[in-house]
Design a protein around this ligand. Structure first.
Ligand SMILES: [Zn+2]
Length: 562
């Protein structure tokens, strides 16, 4: 099958185009893809959820599922492209790509390509405004502009760049080897006769006092990835009024918890070229060691497929261990759903430019001068619009200055158009891999034995043929987050049943193949199997049905004739 859409994942779609692409793709693959609205954004846009599975082998909610969402953060639009590419990879590969085909026959994918459509519309506007996430004014509701610098595209090139003001006490000077590039003045000061500058984001100064230029917070200070009910706290930047206070997050969480078959979670962000995992609030040493071990196994495959490095957020990506990030989606997925959550940070421009991954210091201190020089030279040679000449500009509050420099959002923060498709493509394979790690119910044994008269013994042997256990994580097992496997016989009078039940039997949880890792020696046993038996009274030749269901591992029914 081929896609009917000409979209080649080489640009960022505005909301109307995204909506059209989703519905066109669903119309081209009605047996594989449905699109529905699961809520509305603050500005009233429909929030789209794509459900992808081979409906001929069962409804979406009868199969284990993998959840992917993207663009909770407004400027991180590469993640949204990756989500659309995942949808395309699955529906386009069905019937030709064996892995995608097998995945859709046995698993379900739920993909939300744009958690935060309002914020992305502001990012992609002709005159953009870059916000962390939501466009809802917060914490004050009047959207007033605080005193100080507010970012805005003054020159009309569709990009917010940098203002350069000559200032003998400024912290920047021209690079001695690349004069357009600005480098930091060293601690002892600039060499004699080298002019220094102060750098400010392109924008207006509200209530300028003629001397200071405070960097003002925008009126929209929410960070919706701090609004989840996982260690939520008001001390965290942008957390919102209370957990789930934002309509986008309330709708997202409700959509997820309504789909009890979800076995894995992955949020798509930028940037850094890293696969991040919980916990954001505590060290690996505080987590169940089996969960950490499984996460590392998943991460090794993720690294092999994508080249991205793998990190626990608290241990590797939290500079100040006393100031942790709470209320994040992947932590919520682990703590409340008990599934392995991931946050993928797409795009590491330093790695692409220099061959050496940018480290986590980028998040705290920015690139080193050497890293920035490497990126600059690569940009000049390959992506010339990424760095603009310094052009004189008469600023209404600050007077004569220059505007130029980096396109931060669409070069440092997101992959350039020509590299987008290649950047996101391997991550579809990682999503398929994660989905295929999930537990999966199968019936491997059925038998009916006549006991005399119209009495019969019925046996159903059920197995989890997947890698992970039906409960997924030790966290979920310990907190009893997952309902037990149930088998229920109908069509006959039940005289006796196994596992303390009669017609309906609760069969607990089944281990997965991963359990053999934690056995001593090569002595597997059968912890992934259970045998359910019934003694029934039924006329010879009648049909009995056994419905087998587990919220995560799947649902099926078998028919036996006595
Ligand atoms: Zn983000």
């Amino acid at each position: 099958m081929t896609s009917t859409s000409p979209y080649a994942f080489d640009r960022f779609l505005r909301y109307d185009e995204l909506t059209q692409w989703l519905h066109d793709t669903a119309a081209a693959h009605p047996e594989l893809l449905t699109v529905e609205s699961y809520g509305r954004s603050f500005e009233g846009r429909d929030l789209w959820l794509a459900t992808i599975t081979d409906s001929s082998t069962g409804a979406h909610d009868t199969k284990p599922a993998h959840w992917v969402d993207a663009n909770i953060h407004a400027i991180e639009v590469t993640g949204g492209v990756a989500a659309l590419h995942l949808i395309h990879h699955l529906v386009d590969g069905f019937g030709t790509d064996p892995a995608a085909t097998d995945a859709l026959r046995t698993r379900t994918f739920y993909v939300v390509p744009r958690v935060n459509p309002d914020g992305v519309e502001w990012t992609l506007a002709d005159s953009p405004q870059f916000r962390r996430s939501s466009v809802r004014p917060w914490p004050w509701h009047d959207a007033h502009l605080a005193q100080g610098l507010h970012e805005r595209d003054l020159t009309g090139d569709g990009t917010i760049r940098t203002m350069r003001i000559a200032d003998p006490h400024g912290g920047w000077m021209q690079s001695p080897v690349e004069p357009r590039l600005m480098v930091r003045v060293p601690p002892e000061g600039a060499p004699a006769d080298v002019p220094c500058y102060r750098l400010l984001a392109e924008g207006d100064v509200q209530d300028h006092d003629g001397f200071t230029v405070p960097i003002a917070s925008p009126p929209q200070r929410l960070d919706m990835n701090r609004n989840f009910p996982a260690g939520w706290g008001t001390g965290v930047y942008g957390s919102g009024d209370h957990p789930l206070s934002e309509p986008e997050i309330d709708a997202l969480v409700r959509a997820i918890v309504a789909r009890r078959n979800i076995c894995g979670y992955n949020a798509f962000h930028t940037s850094g070229g890293v696969l991040l995992r919980p916990s954001s609030t505590q060290s690996d040493t505080a987590l169940p060691p089996i969960d950490v071990w499984v996460w590392k196994q998943l991460g090794e495959r993720g690294h092999a497929l994508t080249g991205y490095t793998v990190h626990g957020v608290f241990d590797d990506f939290t500079w100040d261990k006393s100031d942790v990030m709470s209320g994040a989606a992947d932590d919520w997925a682990y703590e409340h759903l008990g599934v392995y959550g991931w946050t993928t940070e797409f795009w590491d421009v330093i790695h692409r430019a220099t061959g050496t991954p940018g480290g986590n210091h980028i998040w705290y201190t920015g690139p080193t001068d050497e890293e920035e020089m490497g990126v600059y030279r690569w940009a000049v040679a390959n992506h010339p619009t990424a760095y603009a000449d310094w052009v004189p500009y008469e600023h209404p509050q600050l007077g004569q200055l220059e505007i130029g420099g980096w396109d931060d959002v669409f070069f440092w923060g997101n992959a350039p158009s020509s590299m987008l498709a290649a950047e996101v493509a391997p991550h579809a394979e990682f999503a398929v891999f994660q989905a295929m790690c999930s537990p999966r119910l199968e019936v491997l044994h059925t038998s009916v034995t006549a006991l005399g008269g119209d009495t019969h013994r019925v046996e159903i042997g059920i197995a989890n043929t997947g890698w992970l256990p039906t409960y997924i994580t030790q966290r979920a097992r310990k907190e009893h987050l997952v309902l037990p496997l149930v088998a229920e016989l109908s069509g006959a009078a039940v005289l006796a049943g196994s596992h303390g039940g009669l017609a309906r039997q609760e069969l607990g949880q089944l281990e997965g193949r991963v359990a053999q890792r934690f056995q001593s020696g090569k002595n597997d046993g059968t912890p992934e199997r259970v045998l359910a038996t019934w003694v029934v009274r039924a006329e010879a030749g009648s049909e009995l049905t056994v419905a087998i269901s587990h919220q995560r591992a799947g649902s099926l029914s078998v028919t036996v004739r006595v």
